[in-house]
Design a protein around this ligand. Structure first.
Ligand code: HEM
Length: 383
């Protein structure tokens, strides 16, 4: 049984996850040579274990210094002291984001005349709103916003451990442009001097090194928000239209927020993340050996019946819906939990209060990805 599969190939991965959590919570996948962890308890144990690190990318001598700087400095990809510095920088950047009205961006995205008033929610909103919100919060110029929105999907290839020659070439070119653009923008930010001073003093880094960490992690915020933000916006709308849920007439903000939160547990955009054991790790009476790879199944943990009562039911009133593992836990936990819930709540509230919305699709197709479950398109009519 393979623990790795494309989400596009599986209609309902959740039945498989639940079975594995019950029968094989720590499973050795011989074909892919990876430990797959499915239960809530063991996923938490791995994510909090100091000996479970982020797997390093294999060396690639063809990547230019801009790509290498970004990869080396990203909080998401580092461990130890490099991670401490990167995470602190990412958090300072994040906490200094200007508050931007989601309404104004939604208005802009939905302003166009769509044929027959039919839109693909994924293409028109989900692929743009999260990244645009971050860019505008950091005062990026209109032209730069446009360039980054056009190219962000390509930039995400930076997170692939193995890159083809074509991807390497494309990333070299794109990363340089986006790196320079971001650096120029950071220099204009009012809190930049303080940030530079704080990080360089705390960790005795040169100003040039701190700049590199800042630029990389601002780009990191854009990268991290793209797929996950897109998926949350799409999956939440699909839950709204799910016949089983029968939510059609409920559009108040509290209701939407609860629905978004339960969507994060029930149908999360990100399904798994990976670690490598840097020492032997004991789990469920099994020894995960040093250098073994580990797949942490966050979406399976969210369906663990020991953690969530009636885990297979979408229930916005369940007491512990917020206890899902969709944002991870431990040192690498996502820093944008509240941002993401707020963004999706405001976007859906705008949609339902400005339009009469109906769902045009039937069977949802998913992107051919292993770690994320992202609808390719969600067609709706907005009148
Ligand atoms: C629905 C939306 C989101 C989901 C489901 C999500 C999920 C996650 C997960 C699972 C991790 C941990 C990965 C691991 O432990 O291996 C993570 C880390 C991270 N996320 Fe998010 N994320 C979301 C939105 C965002 C947004 C909007 C941003 C930026 C504004 C962001 C920034 C980050 C960063 C910087 C990290 C790395 C933290 C670290 O490694 O220390 N995320 N996210």
């Amino acid at each position: 049984m393979s623990s790795l599969f494309l989400q596009s190939e599986i209609e309902n991965p959740y039945a498989f996850y639940q079975k594995m959590a019950e029968e094989n919570p720590v499973y050795w996948d011989q074909t892919n040579k990876i430990w797959a962890v499915y239960s809530y308890e063991f996923c938490v144990t791995i994510l909090k274990n100091e000996n479970a690190h982020i797997p390093a990318f294999p060396p690639n001598n063809n990547l230019n210094p801009f790509v290498l700087k970004i990869i080396t400095n990203l909080a998401r990809l580092s461990d130890g002291i490099r991670h401490t510095i990167a995470k602190e920088t990412a958090m300072v950047l994040f906490s200094n984001m200007k508050i931007i009205g989601i309404d104004a961006i939604m208005k802009e995205l939905l302003r166009k005349d769509f044929p027959l008033n039919q839109i693909d929610w994924v293409d028109s909103v989900c692929k743009k709103l999260p990244v645009l919100t971050i860019l505008k919060s950091f005062d990026f110029e209109e032209e730069d916003c446009h360039f980054i929105i056009q190219n962000i999907a390509l930039l995400l290839k930076i997170m692939k451990p193995e890159k083809t020659a074509e991807e390497t070439e494309m990333l070299n070119d794109l990363s340089e442009k986006i790196y320079v653009m971001t650096e120029e923008n950071i220099l204009k930010l009012p809190f930049y001097e303080n940030l530079l001073h704080k990080i360089s003093l705390s960790y005795t880094l040169s100003q040039e090194e701190v700049m590199s960490v800042c630029v990389s992690n601002l780009i990191g915020l854009l990268i991290q928000s793209y797929d996950a933000g897109r998926g949350l916006l799409s999956n939440s709308l699909l839950q709204f239209f799910s016949i089983k849920n029968n939510f059609q007439n409920q559009t108040d903000k509290i209701f939407i927020q609860k629905m978004v939160t339960e969507t994060l547990r029930f149908d999360p955009p990100i399904h798994n993340t990976r670690r490598i054991a840097v020492e032997n790790i004991e789990l469920n009476g099994i020894t995960i050996k040093k250098d073994d790879l580990i797949l942490v199944n966050l979406a399976a943990a969210n369906r663990d019946t020991d953690q969530f009562k009636n885990a297979m039911t979408f229930d916005i009133e369940r007491e512990n819906n917020n206890g899902h593992l969709t944002f991870g836990i431990g040192g690498h936990m996502c820093l944008a939990k509240y941002f993401s819930v707020h963004l999706a709540t405001e976007a859906l509230y705008y949609l339902f209060t400005h339009y009469n919305v109906s769902f045009l699709g039937n069977k949802t197709e998913y992107e051919p990805m292993i770690n994320a479950r992202l609808p390719k398109a969600v067609w709706i009519s907005i009148l």
